[in-house]
Ligand binder design. Structure first.
Ligand code: NAD
Length: 251
């Protein structure tokens, strides 16, 4: 079955960089019109998607803010008239600090963007996808949604929260035509990982050491999983927690 999203509309948060960028391009390659969402201005994605023969808009939005998220969905509908798929991917790593040293500000910001942001996005996306009677949402958690990481309590709590939230929303939507799944990437070569490794030899080797497969994943390898979970090939897949992690959580 050849996946095509022709005449469909996909929304990707955190679409200006890394995993979101690769997934927005992957949706476009499959024919979808794409709403690329990010809190950082971006002037390349719309052109890149046009070069792929599809249509796109860029929406500046902080996913942790209700008014921004409402406007994000409204602008998508105003531009394209419908919403079929959403990849709720925007996230931050937050500051590294142990549970007792984590500041309240770091806790609130990390949970606010990563967990509240995914909830807010689904809250306003679902009514629009329901109008189509069929669609799919994929949320982006992490291997940190499945196992603990010393020094990242807020990030780990936010990602575990996304896993539970996804399962709950999947149950709520199960008979309504919307499948809701969550992808848990391992260590993926993106600007976020560059920040975490500091791009130092020791940092890179430490993070590579987490990966049985012996290398970092590519953003496109996460995009492939998201596209599959949105496609009709995954028509019986909902509430699923998919690790795409080079064996990270098999250890
Ligand atoms: P990235 O930093 O390259 O991209 C994240 C994008 O999200 C950026 O463009 C950023 O501006 C945007 N963003 C952040 N906060 C936002 C907000 N409040 N509103 C709108 N946009 C916002 O990082 P990435 O590695 O591509 O990460 C994407 C997702 O994948 C994140 O949720 C991250 O936690 C998750 N993840 C990444 C890895 C990895 O190894 N890179 C592993 C597991 C999970």
């Amino acid at each position: 079955m050849e996946t095509t999203f022709k005449n469909k509309v996909a929304l990707v948060t955190g679409g200006a960089s890394g995993i979101g960028r690769a997934t927005a391009l992957a949706f476009a390659k499959k024919g979808a019109k794409v709403a690329v969402v990010d809190w950082k201005e971006n002037d390349e994605m719309v052109d890149l998607i046009k070069e792929l023969g599809s249509e796109a808009i860029f929406i500046k939005c902080d996913v942790s803010k209700t008014d921004d998220v409402k406007a994000m969905v409204a602008r998508t509908i105003a531009a394209f008239g419908r919403l079929d798929y959403a990849f709720n991917n925007a996230g931050i790593e937050g500051a590294s600090a142990s549970t007792q040293d984590c500041s309240e500000e770091n806790w609130d910001k990390t949970i606010g963007v990563n967990l509240k942001g995914v909830w807010l996005c689904m809250k306003y996306e679902i009514p629009e996808i329901l109008k189509q009677g069929k669609g799919a949402i994929v949320n982006c958690a992490s291997v940190a949604g499945l196992v603990g990481f010393a020094g990242l309590p807020a990030y780990v709590a936010s990602k575990h929260g996304i896993v539970g939230l996804t399962k709950t929303t999947a149950l709520e939507c199960a008979t309504q035509g919307i499948r809701v799944n969550v992808v848990c990437p391992g260590v993926i070569q993106t600007p976020m990982i560059d920040r975490l490794t500091g791009k130092t030899k020791e940092g890179i080797e430490r993070f590579k050491g987490f990966e049985p497969i012996g290398r970092f994943g590519l953003p496109e390898e996460i995009a492939n999983a998201v596209i599959w979970m949105c496609s009709d090939e995954a028509s019986f897949v909902t509430g699923h927690v998919m690790a795409v992690d080079g064996g990270f959580t098999a250890q």
